[in-house]
Design a protein. Structure first.
Length: 350
């Protein structure tokens, strides 16, 4: 049985060339041929969105092999994706845009994942000159979360603002036009759930998205959300972070390595992650020591907010898996040697 499992939801800035995506996915599996050990890594899901021109590749591996697997996938993506040619409605800063590593089994810590993430950034910058990285979560000195780090590096301004902007990277060269800037880090599993509303009013969509965010008094804990025009309608795109009670684990892990100022920042980040609204337990799902808001609760809240303006919802999409689903599928795929698991199911695209 495979133990100490983790996952990487690798986000790359390409969705319109299926051959490129397949090469990246298969590169993640090369580790299975380079070691005498079995059950090293599997690709569980590939989700591509044409309008966003963005793909999320779900890679599962043991903690001892996640670095090799994700390194190979990133190396292939950097080789094949030129950010200067990218067009899409979803914000991005890098040809490889986001590399988050999440624990999937209770015998693995966030500190372990954070070390793997930081080591990965350093190895990639050494192997591929010109690449640049910012760190977040448990790979960042103050455990500063992805939302805050994206603000720090002006992620929403887009990759065309990066060239010559020195000093915003934590690892590697100053960002260039070819590769851009890549975020690498570790935090509890983040589920992606999108709800589409039957309107082209992006202002309304942004208003609904804002109301869902954990930072708002009546928002949903762990939820970060944005609104985009998508296929003639508005899509509310939600990142749903798993969280522990009052983020006690975050405080415990980070307190010994943060000065007083940074520890205060860590506690602020905990508030952003956990949100302010207390939901009854029946509206929260459990995953080990973590909780997360279910896709059904998110859709229900979007539907209620949209109905105020006479707008209906037209569908919900779960990108990949819930945290528990990812853990179950990872164990099944690795224990049974189904490394290209995504090929056994219908690859979901929007």
């Amino acid at each position: 049985m495979t133990s100490k499992l983790c996952a990487c939801l690798l986000n790359v800035s390409e969705a319109r060339n299926v051959h490129i995506i397949e090469k990246i996915a298969y590169a993640a599996l090369e580790v299975n041929n380079k070691t005498s050990k079995q059950h090293c890594a599997a690709v569980l899901n590939v989700f591509s969105d044409y309008d966003y021109n963005r793909t999320v590749i779900t890679i599962a591996a043991s903690i001892s092999h996640i670095g090799q697997s994700v390194f190979a996938a990133c190396e292939k993506a950097f080789d094949l994706i030129d950010l200067r040619q990218h067009e899409g409605v979803h914000p991005c800063l890098g040809s490889v845009d986001l590399v988050p590593i999440h624990p999937l089994s209770p015998d693995i810590t966030l500190e372990e994942c954070g070390k793997e993430a930081k080591d990965l950034a350093e190895k990639l910058s050494s192997k591929i000159p010109g690449t640049s990285f910012f760190l977040f979560g448990w790979s960042h000195q103050a455990c500063r979360g992805l939302v805050q780090r994206r603000k720090d590096v002006r992620w929403f301004a887009g990759h065309k603002t990066l060239v010559g902007n020195s000093g915003i990277q934590d690892v590697g060269a100053k960002p260039g036009a070819r590769y851009g800037l890549t975020g690498i880090g570790a935090h509890p599993y983040v589920m992606n759930c999108n709800v589409t509303i039957d309107t082209q009013d992006l202002t309304l969509g942004k208003q609904i998205a804002q109301s869902l965010r954990a930072v708002n008094p009546d928002g949903l804990p762990g939820v970060q959300s944005m609104a985009f025009l998508h296929e003639g309608r508005v899509e509310i795109a939600c990142n749903v972070a798993s969280f522990s009670h009052e983020c006690d684990q975050i405080k415990e892990i980070c307190s010994h390595r943060s000065d007083e100022k940074n520890f205060s920042e860590v506690k602020d980040n905990c508030k952003t992650l956990g949100g302010h609204q207390l939901l009854p337990d029946q509206e929260l799902c459990m995953f080990g020591q973590y909780k997360y808001v279910s896709p059904e609760v998110i859709e229900k809240k979007v539907k209620a907010r949209a109905a105020i303006f006479g707008v209906e919802t037209v569908g919900r999409a779960l990108i990949g898996f819930t945290p528990a689903g990812a853990a179950d599928v990872a164990k099944f795929a690795l224990d049974n040697g189904i490394y290209d698991y995504w090929k056994t199911k219908s690859t979901r695209t929007m």
